[in-house]
Design a protein around this ligand. Structure first.
Ligand SMILES: *Cc1c(COP(=O)(O)O)cnc(C)c1O
Length: 411
């Protein structure tokens, strides 16, 4: 059980800080982007936090990422929205990868609403509730909208969602079914984001876009804490992360820093690999050009909808983490992504989402070009359940009124 009753978790937030300029802002107030137009990061008194919380305390708790309450910004437990969060498993594939003994898959598809967007949105919605915000809006390629809809519904907040018109139908329907109002827009996610931004004043909704408020990143940070805890408070050599807006990569990078400052891990960092699809690879292009920012990618297209993000407000934070960690950014083709998904499903029984399959494809490409060695321990992030995505058709029918040729089943 927790050492603190559920209503009395101490809070260690000291202030918010602009990720670009370092300017400080008061915590526990409504914030969007910093005046410099960049993401705000939550800062904690990590020294006091390390005295108040032990690894043993955590080991006794259940409740998925909410176990890390003291490392998160929500003050009052009445504002915490819970949908049965779980610690997501690390799965060892057996046959479908080149060096199975070196590979673990962190399967985030087990979270509520079927994707790791639950982590970020649970935190963002809880904080919105705590700060008295009544109406949330966001652009989404599907999973974030679903997570926002579910948590906002539970928390009693209104939710409005805008998604590109070719968003998988299952996502559009689940968003609506979970209580949000969803609109299909004839454009990409950045076009949807523009609508949310422009409607702020007239409608009065709060913009919950990736990195445009400070708390989704705190939720995504728990992916990093959870991973090192599962690995006995050590880090893997390499992390392959399917990168859209980059919240998860930036969040994990922040988690490793905070854990080191708490004295819970050492200075070793995983090499962070940002994986994108060839049809939408702004971060890869900027990485290869040695740039600090990634301009808008034209005509973005990929089957991996979650990473179809032509421009990212946190581009410099992604690139910084990739470079500081001695990682890299890599693009993979859609056909290779789908082939990797199909092979892992068939040979290992693990149904990745296309974004997750992109990390498998990128790992194999990196082994082949020598950027990753077969001796390195790698973690691949599967960020959503593969069940939410279109799957290859099956055209095998059997007529039970005809004589059945049982010979066909044997080989
Ligand atoms: C959102 C999403 C991503 C990208 O995550 P970011 O942290 O925003 O880069 C990857 N895969 C899936 C399935 C997603 O829904």
């Amino acid at each position: 059980m927790s050492p603190f009753p559920d209503t009395e978790y101490p809070n260690f937030v000291t202030h918010l800080e602009c990720s670009m300029t370092g300017e400080r802002f008061e915590a526990h107030k409504v914030h969007g982007l910093s005046p410099a137009g960049r993401p705000l990061l939550v800062r904690y008194d990590l020294e006091r936090l390390a005295q108040a919380l032990t690894k043993e305390d955590l080991a006794r708790r259940t409740g998925g990422f909410w176990r890390y309450r003291e490392m998160l910004p929500v003050q009052r437990s009445e504002n915490v929205v819970r949908l049965g969060e779980v610690t997501t498993p690390l799965i060892a594939p057996r046959r479908s990868v080149a060096h199975p003994e070196r590979v673990l898959i962190k399967d985030e598809g087990r979270l509520p609403t079927g994707s790791f967007k639950a982590r970020g949105l649970a935190l963002a919605v809880s904080m919105a509730k705590e700060l008295g915000i009544g109406h949330l809006a966001m652009p989404t390629n599907g999973n974030a909208g679903a997570a926002m809809a579910a948590y906002a519904g539970l928390g009693g907040l209104r939710a409005t969602v805008f998604c590109p018109s070719d968003t998988p139908d299952v996502n559009v329907r689940e968003i609506e079914l979970q209580g949000a109002k969803v609109y299909r827009v004839n454009g990409l996610i950045n076009d949807c984001g523009k609508i949310v931004g422009e409607g702020k004043e007239s409608v009065g909704w709060f913009d919950l876009s990736t990195l445009k408020e400070p708390y989704r990143i705190e939720g995504k940070k728990t992916m990093g804490i959870e991973l090192v805890e599962q690995l006995g408070w050590t880090v893997p050599d390499v992390i392959f992360y399917p990168t859209g807006g980059g919240t998860g990569l930036i969040g994990m990078w922040k988690a490793f820093d905070e854990l080191e400052q708490m004295g819970w891990i050492g200075s070793k960092r995983p090499r962070m690999v940002a994986v994108q699809a060839s049809g939408c690879a702004p971060i890869v292009k900027a990485y290869e050009a040695g740039e600090e920012h990634a301009p808008l990618w034209q005509d973005a297209h990929t089957v991996a909808a979650g990473i179809r993000v032509p421009i990212a407000v946190g581009d410099f934070l992604i690139l910084r983490a990739v470079r500081e960690s001695d990682g890299f950014a890599i693009a993979v083709d859609d056909e290779v992504i789908l082939a990797a998904r199909d092979r892992m499903a068939r040979e290992d029984g693990i149904l990745l989402c296309p974004e997750g399959a992109a990390t498998l494809a990128a790992y194999e490409q990196s082994l082949a070009d020598g950027r990753v060695s077969p001796n390195e321990n790698v973690v691949l992030y599967n960020c959503a359940t593969g069940l939410k995505y279109p799957m290859p058709p099956v055209d095998r029918d059997l007529d039970r009124t005809q004589v059945i040729d049982y010979g066909q089943f044997g080989n």
